[in-house]
Design a protein around this ligand. Structure first.
Ligand SMILES: C[S@@+](CC[C@H](N)C(=O)[O-])C[C@H]1O[C@@H](n2cnc3c(N)ncnc32)[C@H](O)[C@@H]1O
Length: 464
């Protein structure tokens, strides 16, 4: 980069700082506590529209990033820090970074004494390598002059299996009236984020997996008739041919002549299928061929609906890209589980104890799922224990939390351990049952997600 270019970029950044600081200080008087209340940032109609948009944006972005309680997430271009605030309420720890100090002062007011706030620039982040479990960037990357450099920095400060989510304005943003005014009045950089370019840049910056998440706000609405038509679109071959047609058209607009020839060939291959669809003799799905030949073939409007749905999705992605860039593959653990499955074995088939006595049993447990079972207790859960429920002989629940035992150490898929469980026999003599199951604390009893619990009959006799 030439010195002149660097100078222009620096100047641009300075204007960004001044603009954000000016906005922050105007919030003190003109718009009252606007930033302190974000996303509920005003009164009346405009508040409802703006707030719902921001809340939706938060939900989609955070769901796409999928942080777990206890994670340390970097909030990039944090502004008033409302995103950090809401993440904290989800028990996610945050560091909020912004180039504008005045904005962060509002954030400080909002988050209180323990807040971790840093004035800094995306393009040279003031953190060591590999410290964050995730990063979130809402409506800020498009202001950054050198996005590739910023992405490399973000990748650098993330742990090796961490991800970053970017939720940014897309096609058409820079030409909107409001953006033009902001560029004129504040001198900020407003530009369109082109989703494929951003995805390519993420890969170039060293992210291994990059995905895009369609953003549908305000929500789509289908009337009764339209929904019925959509429900009738069941034919895989129709969808297949439309998908091929779609891919062919995308390729034709994107690549050089060699690929264009391939795209033409693909396009031609869809024509017979589409022909059948449009002539009303649509290729039948397996289900139709086997069991209900009388079902109607796909009608032209149905095929058009498929086409229209793809266009809607494409528009949603291009108008508001939500891109997740994952540094590396994330192994599921009990804070963010995949398959939770345990094999529980007891040595004694029946337990016999005196009423009120405390007794200890040894239980063998094997992790037969794909998720690492974390052992260390936390206040927000996400660690695995052995749980015991007390039932009567008809399997009706007497005590939900009859007993719990911690694992001695983390248990990886395929590993086995012995757990010691101490229980107190009921005061009343009689026949009972103890159900043993693994528990991902504050997440799920394993039985509820498809694992098998073990039931042991318990005979309680009169104490001597
Ligand atoms: C539109 S605001 C978004 C704030 C917040 N994420 C939200 O959703 O409310 C963009 C923020 O990005 C910050 N910003 C712009 N360029 C930056 C850069 N190079 N490094 C860090 N922050 C930057 C601005 O100061 C501003 O606070």
């Amino acid at each position: 980069m030439s010195e002149r270019t660097l100078e222009i970029l620096e100047h641009q950044k300075q204007r960004e700082v001044e603009a954000a600081n000016r906005k922050a200080s105007s919030a003190d008087h003109a718009e009252g506590t606007w930033f302190l209340q974000q996303p509920f940032a005003g009164t009346g109609m405009s508040n409802t529209r703006l707030a719902l948009g921001e809340i939706f944006n938060f939900s989609v972005s955070v769901a796409a990033l999928d942080p777990a309680p206890g994670d340390l997430v970097l909030d990039l271009g944090a502004g008033s820090c409302w995103v950090s605030d809401w993440l904290n309420r989800l028990l996610v720890d945050t560091v909020s970074l912004d180039i504008a100090g005045d904005m962060l002062r509002i954030g400080q007011q909002r988050l209180g004494a323990g807040a971790k706030l840093t004035t800094g620039d995306f393009e040279s982040l003031p953190f060591p390598d590999g410290v964050f479990d995730g990063a979130i960037c809402i409506s800020a990357l498009h202001h950054v002059p050198d996005i590739s450099r910023a992405l490399r920095e973000i990748r650098r400060v993330l742990k090796k299996d961490a991800g970053a989510v970017f939720s940014e304005p897309g096609l058409g943003h820079a030409s909107q009236a409001q953006s033009k005014t902001e560029m004129e009045e504040l001198g900020v950089l407003e530009r369109d984020i082109i989703v494929t370019e951003l995805m390519d840049e993420c890969r170039d910056a060293g992210f291994e997996f990059v995905s895009v998440h369609p953003y549908l706000f305000p929500p789509l609405a289908y009337d009764h008739e339209l929904w019925r038509s959509i429900q009738q679109v069941t034919q895989p071959s129709t969808i297949f041919s439309l998908k091929t047609l779609w891919q062919a058209m995308v390729e034709m607009t994107r690549y050089g002549s060699a690929n264009r020839r391939l795209a033409w060939a693909r396009l031609a291959s869809t024509i017979p299928l589409l022909g059948r669809v449009y002539s009303g003799k649509g290729a039948r799905s397996d289900r139709q061929t086997r069991s209900s030949p009388a079902e109607k073939p796909v009608r032209p409007p149905d095929a058009l609906l498929c086409w229209q749905s793809l266009l809607t999705l494409r528009h949603a992605v291009e108008a508001h890209p939500v891109v997740v860039a994952q540094a590396g593959k994330r192994q599921p653990d009990s804070r963010r589980p995949g398959i939770l499955k345990g094999q529980i074995t007891v040595s004694e088939p029946i337990w016999q104890v005196e009423a009120g006595a405390s007794f200890r049993v040894q239980v063998k447990v094997e992790n037969v799922g794909d998720t690492l079972w974390l052992a260390e207790p936390t206040s927000y859960g996400g660690f695995v224990t052995l749980g015991a429920k007390l039932l009567d002989t008809e399997n009706l629940l007497i005590a939900q939390d009859y007993g719990r035992a911690l694992l001695g150490a983390d248990l990886a898929p395929g590993e086995t351990t012995i757990v010691e469980l101490t229980l107190n026999a009921p005061a009343e003599p009689g026949e009972y049952r103890v159900k043993l199951d693994m528990v991902d604390e504050c997440v799920a009893w394993f039985e509820h997600v498809g694992s098998e619990a073990v039931v042991v009959p318990l005979t309680v006799s009169l104490s001597q």
